[in-house]
Design a protein around this ligand. Structure first.
Ligand code: VG1
Ligand code: CO
Length: 543
């Protein structure tokens, strides 16, 4: 078998963001571009000689071609084996599980997650370590450094292998093992959750809609919900993965999963609704006539997780990303659990999970997960909800109202201002950061400011420091706003404004969050001068 050495001029824009490298698909298709990043991954992790890797993606446009390239590079460079999901498919949580179950040296996931897919949309590549979790910042920084000086890579001269048939084939001296992408993951879910109780609930007429948004969770949800749990066929909609996600924007939030939202808010709403994103690590949960904010979902799951057999022992602790609301902190305080606050992105939970300090983690961006893998996991969250509903016999509304009555309600919302000119967004953040130290004691929009900082995180396990993770402003009375720029976009800048306010009074728990947060929203606009800097008054997406 011939190994070709390809040479090229190095790229200067392969800096991984919140979750891997994401670019326009066409950018990834530029000659040597994908190969350069893959080689940077290999080099930054000590090369692939003799190693076993996992490989799969969310099925978006260019997924299979990219998989063939990665396989040929791994084979040319002496990898022992690559375990690939059939047709190069693996959801992000399933890939994390495959890495852990088969004890591989890591894995490459091809996905731009919740970003749209297709030739004119987005593609992405990320590397997960042997623990199954996203590469930490030190490793992603090393990839970027490597990419800036890289000018060649080795690749096998080969037409590629058939990835459609389960079984083992060879590529040069390397074994390519093609596995069912769903089976291992579905088995793991069956170990964690009480499938009998959930199955009995479906049998008794419990109705559900799962919107897979033409993305990767379709096959997983059909197998688990419809086949193993006996939910009626048709429970899963948009269940066939498409290279362009059928034109859908596979981001499970009220804006993009509007079809599901319309059904859930309508007269004949099913008991429970859920949606997942492009690569299957996000989830949105909705009850009949009631939307559950992701921060609340994390709190409810933390309070009730021991109802599921996989968590019957109780939780070691919980963690949330900094912009996520404090709802879970109140649960942790009451249950006597440690609660950690990390920067945005799942990679920051890895050490806490590995060290056994936390069992459950979550982000306000529709991400929840546990120590069963090292990624957030959309279907896992949906199944934990189903398990809790089955065991308590409560509706989503009853469960939420009881939760708020017990712990109080943290009103929460995120406002996204998308496709802002990068310079304007940077100038706004820079101006805010300059003024931070003088904000305490002043007021904005009629609210007094108690303190303000730029969040910096010291990892309690390895002591690494991640600074400038977002501006936090705390108001008297417990309200908080956070501002940061997105690290997953592929054009312009997206400003994320996170808003929250705690309400103890049960008589005030039925408000519309946008109404309840009005003074906080006004204060945020005033203090950050969003409109003056960006020309924007109203957000593009509200979650
Ligand atoms: C966003 C979310 C973050 C999440 C990340 C990856 O990042 O805010 O919480 O971890 O996406 O999610 P950013 O930097 O755009 O705010 V996924 O499902 O796209 O891998
Ligand atoms: Co995702």
């Amino acid at each position: 078998m011939t190994v070709l050495t390809k040479t090229f001029s190095s790229f200067d824009d392969q800096k991984p963001g919140t979750s891997g490298l994401r670019k326009k698909t066409r950018a990834f298709m530029v000659e040597h571009y994908l190969e350069s990043f893959v080689q940077s991954i290999f080099d930054a992790t000590g090369g692939v000689k003799g190693k076993v890797l996992a490989l799969g993606g969310d099925g978006r446009f260019f997924n299979v071609e990219a998989a063939q390239t990665i396989l040929k590079m791994a084979a040319a460079q002496g990898a022992a084996k690559v375990i690939v999901g059939q047709n190069a498919l693996l959801s992000t949580p399933a890939a994390s599980h495959v890495i852990r179950k088969y004890k591989t040296d890591g894995g490459i996931i091809m996905s731009a997650s919740h970003n749209p897919g297709g030739l004119e949309e987005d593609f992405g590549v990320k590397f997960n370590m042997a623990n199954g979790g996203p590469a930490p910042e030190t490793v992603t920084a090393a990839m970027f450094e490597r990419s800036k000086v890289l000018t060649s890579y080795d690749i096998l001269d080969h037409a590629g292998v058939d990835l459609g048939t389960i079984g083992s084939v060879t590529l040069g001296d390397m074994v390519v093992e093609i596995i069912d992408p769903v089976a291992d993951y579905a088995d793991l879910m069956q170990e964690l959750f009480d499938f009998d109780a959930i199955g009995a609930m479906f049998k008794a007429g419990f109705s559900m809609r799962f919107d897979a948004m033409c993305a990767i969770t379709g096959p997983y949800a059909s197998e688990i919900l419809e086949r193993r749990l006996g939910a009626p066929v048709g429970t899963v909609t948009h269940g066939t993965p498409q290279p362009d996600f059928g034109g859908m924007h596979p981001d499970p939030n009220p804006t993009w999963a509007h079809e599901l939202m319309d059904e859930m808010m309508g007269d004949s709403a099913p008991d429970f609704g859920a949606a997942s994103d492009g690569d299957g690590d996000r989830n949105m949960v909705v009850g009949a006539g009631i939307y559950v904010s992701p921060s609340d979902s994390l709190a409810v799951l933390a309070a009730n997780a021991p109802l599921a057999k996989g968590y019957a022992k109780g939780l070691a602790g919980v963690a949330r990303s900094m912009p996520t609301s404090g709802a879970v902190d109140r649960v942790a305080a009451k249950l006597g659990l440690d609660c950690f606050e990390t920067p945005t992105g799942w990679k920051f939970f890895g050490n806490l999970l590995d060290a056994g300090k936390v069992t459950l983690c979550g982000e306000e961006s529709f991400g929840t997960g546990s120590d069963h893998v090292r990624e957030k996991d959309g279907l896992w969250a949906v199944l934990l909800w189903l398990n809790i509903l089955a065991k308590t016999g409560k509706s989503v509304r009853e469960l939420m109202e009881a939760h708020w009555a017990e712990f109080g309600r943290t009103y929460y919302s995120r406002h996204d201002f998308e496709a802002i000119e990068t310079e304007k967004a940077d100038a706004m953040m820079a101006s805010l950061r300059e003024r931070l130290s003088g904000l305490a004691g002043t007021s904005a929009g009629g609210l007094g400011i108690e303190g303000a900082d730029d969040f910096s995180y010291t990892d309690p396990v390895d002591g690494s420091v991640s600074a400038h993770q977002g501006v936090r402003i705390f108001f008297t009375g417990g309200a908080r706003i956070v501002l940061r720029l997105s690290g997953t976009g592929t054009s312009g800048a997206t400003l994320r404004l996170y808003l929250e306010r705690f309400e103890a009074d049960a008589a005030q728990h039925g408000l519309d969050p946008q109404e309840a947060l009005k003074p906080v929203i006004e204060a945020a606009h005033e203090v950050a001068a969003i409109t003056q800097h960006t020309g924007r008054q109203t957000p593009d997406v509200i979650t």
